[in-house]
Design a protein around this ligand. Structure first.
Ligand code: ZN
Length: 315
C-alpha cells in the first residue's frame, strides 16, 4: 500500500515538474524565435532591350528569367512564411537603379540576382594554303616571286564552365553604408526597419549601427554565397567558387540587404548552354539555390547573435 502511494507520489511529482517546465518553456521560446528572413527579392538579370550575353541559340535575359520564375515557385512552396518579391516577371528592362529601388522599397531581407556567364571565344588562325606574290623592282625592272601563306582566322568556343556566385567587394562597403543611410527608414530590410524606427538618423549611434549593419550584411552575403556554391557542387556542377567583385555589380552595393549575384552557367559554352536551357538543368539550379536559402535561413534564425540586441544598445 505505502509502495503504491509513494509510486503515485513520484508520478505526481514527475507530472507536475513536466507541466511546470512545459509552462515555463513555452512563453520564453515564442518571442525569441524571431523570423529573420521574411522577404526574398529575386532579380532576373537584364531584360527587354538589355539582352545580356548571347549563346548559340539563347539569350541570357530569357534564361535568367526562366530560372528566376522556377526559383520563385520553389521558395514559395518549400519555405513557408517567406515571401518572394520579383524585380521582373516578364521581358522588361529596368535600369540597375530602378531594380535596386524596387528591391529596397520591397524591404527585402535577401537579394538574389540570377545571371548567365559568358567567356569570349578563342581566336585562332591557321595556314590553309600558299599563294605566289610577284614583285617588280622599279629600278632594276627585275621581278621576284615569293610564296606566302594564306591564313584563315576562326573562333572556337571558350570551354569555360561552371557556376560562380559574387558578392560586392569589401572596398565598396562605404557605398553599402550609404545605401543604408540614404534609405534609412524607407528602405531598411523588414527586420531592421522595425528595430530602428525610433532612431534619429542624426544620432552618432546611428553611424555605428549602420557600419555594424554593413559588416553584418557583408558577412551574411559571403556565407550565403559559399552555401550556394556548396549546393551547386552537390548537384555535380563545377564550381568556380564564391567571389568578390567590385565592377559590374553595382546593384549589389545599392540594395540595403545581404545580396548575391549568381552566374548559373556559361551560355558561351555549348554544353552549358544546353544545360541551362533544359528543364532538368533549370530545376536543378533552382533546387540548389532553394536548399542554400533554407540553410541560410536556418543558420540566421538559430544563431546566437540576436538581431534584437541592437535595440538594447539604444540607451
Ligand atoms: Zn548578366
Amino acid at each position: 500500500m505505502t509502495r503504491r502511494i509513494s509510486a503515485a507520489l513520484v508520478m505526481l511529482i514527475i507530472l507536475s515538474v513536466s507541466i511546470f517546465s512545459f509552462k515555463q518553456k513555452e512563453p520564453s521560446q515564442q518571442p525569441q524565435q524571431k523570423q529573420k528572413l521574411r522577404r526574398i527579392v529575386i532579380d532576373a538579370g537584364h531584360g527587354g532591350g538589355d539582352v545580356g550575353a548571347l549563346g548559340k541559340y539563347s539569350k541570357e535575359k530569357n534564361v535568367s528569367l526562366e530560372v528566376a520564375l522556377i526559383l520563385q515557385q520553389y521558395v514559395e512552396k518549400e519555405i513557408p512564411g517567406v515571401e518572394v518579391y520579383m524585380t521582373r516577371t516578364t521581358d522588361v528592362y529596368d535600369s540597375p537603379i530602378e531594380k535596386a529601388n524596387k528591391a529596397n522599397a520591397a524591404k527585402g531581407d535577401l537579394f538574389i540576382s540570377i545571371h548567365c556567364n559568358s567567356a569570349a571565344p578563342h581566336k585562332r588562325s591557321e595556314i590553309v594554303g600558299y599563294k605566289t606574290v610577284t614583285k617588280k623592282n622599279k629600278k632594276t625592272k627585275k621581278t621576284t616571286s615569293k610564296k606566302v601563306p594564306i591564313y584563315k582566322t576562326y573562333y572556337i568556343s571558350n570551354q569555360a564552365k561552371g557556376t560562380e556566385t559574387f558578392i560586392w567587394a569589401t572596398g565598396k562597403s562605404d557605398q553599402k553604408a550609404n545605401a543604408l543611410k540614404n534609405h534609412e527608414d524607407l528602405y531598411m530590410d523588414s527586420t531592421t526597419a522595425a528595430e530602428l524606427k525610433d532612431f534619429n538618423p542624426e544620432d552618432p549611434e546611428m553611424e555605428i549601427i549602420l557600419s555594424l549593419k554593413t559588416k553584418q550584411y557583408f558577412d551574411r552575403s559571403a556565407r550565403f554565397a559559399m552555401t550556394i556554391e556548396e549546393e551547386f557542387i552537390k548537384t555535380g556542377r563545377p564550381s568556380r567558387q564564391a567571389k568578390q567583385r567590385g565592377k559590374g555589380i553595382w546593384v549589389l552595393q545599392a540594395v540595403a540587404m545581404p545580396a548575391v549575384l549568381i552566374e548559373i552557367g556559361f551560355i558561351s559554352n555549348p554544353d552549358e548552354e544546353d544545360y541551362i536551357n533544359s528543364e532538368k538543368g533549370q530545376n536543378e539550379i533552382a533546387a540548389a539555390i532553394t536548399n542554400a536559402i533554407k540553410r541560410y535561413k536556418y543558420t540566421l534564425e538559430t544563431s546566437g547573435i540576436k538581431q534584437g540586441s541592437m535595440s538594447a544598445e539604444k540607451k
